[in-house]
Design a protein. Structure first.
Ligand code: ADQ
Length: 478
């Protein structure tokens, strides 16, 4: 890449740009905001700070020229089809994703995938080195770019480097499986600050440094010996991510969204109780366990349409990866069976939408749901849980939340469940459905307060301030 003319004081580096390319019938290209946790979380931070965002556009081949969108300067990194297969689909999504999510499906280790991962990380590091102003802050995101911090430090020792892990960080026993564990840890240790969703994730990382690399750790820090005998101290701490709570609540309060919520309930046949699941179609989200529990409640005769309905919205995700293709089949077979066995004409037991929706429709769905089911087997945070309580300005509704989400650490007034325990999950769903309305209100009020007080701006401020104390006020750990 040619050296950029304009350089930026804040550079975000993430696998994907925060937009998707849309082409109409006449061939005109435009960009629309992409769905997904990171984009939702970072958008408001970037708009506030005139930063640059480096990422892949989502299409193979040549990258589009840099462009501005939504108040952000976007800089695309090109990826060939081979690189997408090795770096993204292979090493990121078939090796790291399952390994970091408690090996729910077996991780696959392929040497050429790691070679692709290394090459692509080098390209992102170079792009960041070219765009960062002297002394800039560079914030690298997520498991797809774990080698970037050390590569960037090599190219630009003058910049402050932060990395944030959106997904869990595994225990040393699991992480030790990774044939490239040393490269990954050394890559991360190029950063000044490593952020994790939960304290337990940061502790797992520090333990990995101690046990696998023999480094010395103290409190939140690990000491890294340099080639010249000098030492560097890297901090690893928890910064639980959040959402743009005020923006989302404002949207939920609009008459259009409230009207749409009523319409949704009407279209569902005005049931007494609406249950809702909203997830990327991913095996970590516990969708199969949720559907099994629901199907058993139907079989037991505890729930029945049209009195109770479940709406499951599942965003298409990673559709070329085998485990995702299989998951989609399993989910669709279960939905078909439940509807065949328990549905009535015009009243299916489960409304299944394999689609992505806009923010207003999501807010209306949240407002329409009496019980929100968030049942991941493992999840870094889970923003859906925070979005649901934020939309419930009426203090209505109830949240069933898996203990294996980062969100459970903050939203401890939810109806906490253990999704592997189907019997327990059924009991928790019933408890949420039958709870005393005053109890539900108290829980909702308390959870709403937590999210309002710890919104995404506070998250970003805390991280950026811990990375670079001149940036603003420090609010979180350490
Ligand atoms: P994700 O695994 O993508 O994120 P999550 O935190 O639930 O998971 O975020 C999903 C986002 O996508 C939410 O903002 C949600 O509203 C949106 N979304 C989901 N289904 C949708 C649909 N059908 N239509 C439109 N939007 C939809 C990763 C980690 C998480 C972590 C986030 C942020 O896996 O653990 O919380 O990053 O760090």
């Amino acid at each position: 890449m040619a050296v950029a003319e304009h350089r930026y004081d804040l550079v975000v580096v993430a696998n994907r740009l925060p937009v998707d390319r849309v082409q109409d019938n006449e061939g005109n290209v435009s960009w629309s905001k992409s769905p997904g946790g990171l984009v939702t979380a970072m958008e408001s931070v970037m708009i506030d700070r005139d930063g640059a965002w480096i990422g892949w556009s989502g299409d193979p081949g040549e990258a589009p020229e840099p462009f501005d969108e939504n108040g952000m300067h976007l800089h695309a990194v090109p990826l060939s089809q081979d690189e997408i297969e090795n770096h993204y689909e292979g090493f990121s999504n078939e090796t790291l994703w399952p390994l970091y999510h408690d090996v729910i499906v077996p991780p696959r280790y392929r040497r050429r995938w790691f070679e692709g991962y290394h090459e692509v990380n080098q390209r992102f590091a170079q792009a960041a080195a070219d765009l960062a102003a002297p002394g800039a802050t560079v914030w690298v995101h997520d498991y797809q770019l774990q080698l970037v911090p050390a590569m960037l430090r090599e190219l630009r020792p003058d910049v402050q480097i932060g990395w944030f892990d959106h997904i869990p960080f595994p225990s040393v026993e699991l992480f030790a499986q990774l044939p490239w564990r040393r490269q990954v840890i050394e890559g991360l240790l190029g950063a000044d600050l490593l952020g994790f969703q939960r304290r337990a994730d940061a502790e797992n990382f520090l333990r990995v440094c101690r046990q696998l690399l023999g480094l010395s750790t103290r409190g939140h820090t690990v000491t890294v010996p340099g080639a010249d005998g000098a030492e560097r101290v890297v901090r690893a701490a928890a910064f639980p991510i959040s959402i743009d709570a005020s923006g989302l609540e404002e949207l939920a309060r609009t008459p259009e969204v409230q009207e749409r919520a009523k319409q949704i309930r009407h279209d569902l046949g005005d049931p007494r109780q609406v249950l809702l699941g909203v997830d990327r179609l991913d095996y970590t989200k516990g969708i199969r366990h949720r559907l099994k529990a629901y199907e058993e409640l139907l079989t037991d005769g505890v729930l029945a349409p049209p009195d109770t309905v479940l709406v499951q919205v599942a965003t298409p995700s990673r559709e070329r990866v085998t485990a995702y293709i299989e998951l989609r089949e399993q989910v669709e077979v279960t939905v078909g069976r439940a509807n065949g066995d328990f549905g009535q004409l015009g009243s299916p037991a489960i409304h299944y939408l394999h689609q992505s929706h806009g923010r207003s429709e999501m807010a209306a769905l949240y407002l329409a749901a009496d019980v929100m089911l968030v049942t991941p087997l493992r999840d870094g945070m889970n923003l859906v849980a925070k979005e649901y309580v934020t939309c419930r300005f009426d203090e209505g509704g109830a949240l069933v939340l898996s203990e294996f989400t980062g969100a459970a650490g903050e939203l401890d007034r939810a109806f906490i469940c253990t999704p592997h325990d189907i019997g327990g999950l059924k009991r928790t769903i019933r408890e949420a459905l039958d709870a005393d309305p005053r109890d539900k209100r108290r829980r909702m009020r308390s959870m709403r307060r937590r999210v309002r007080e710890n919104d995404v701006r506070r998250w970003a401020d805390s991280f950026l301030c811990a990375l670079n104390p001149s940036e603003g006020r420090a609010t979180g750990e350490p």
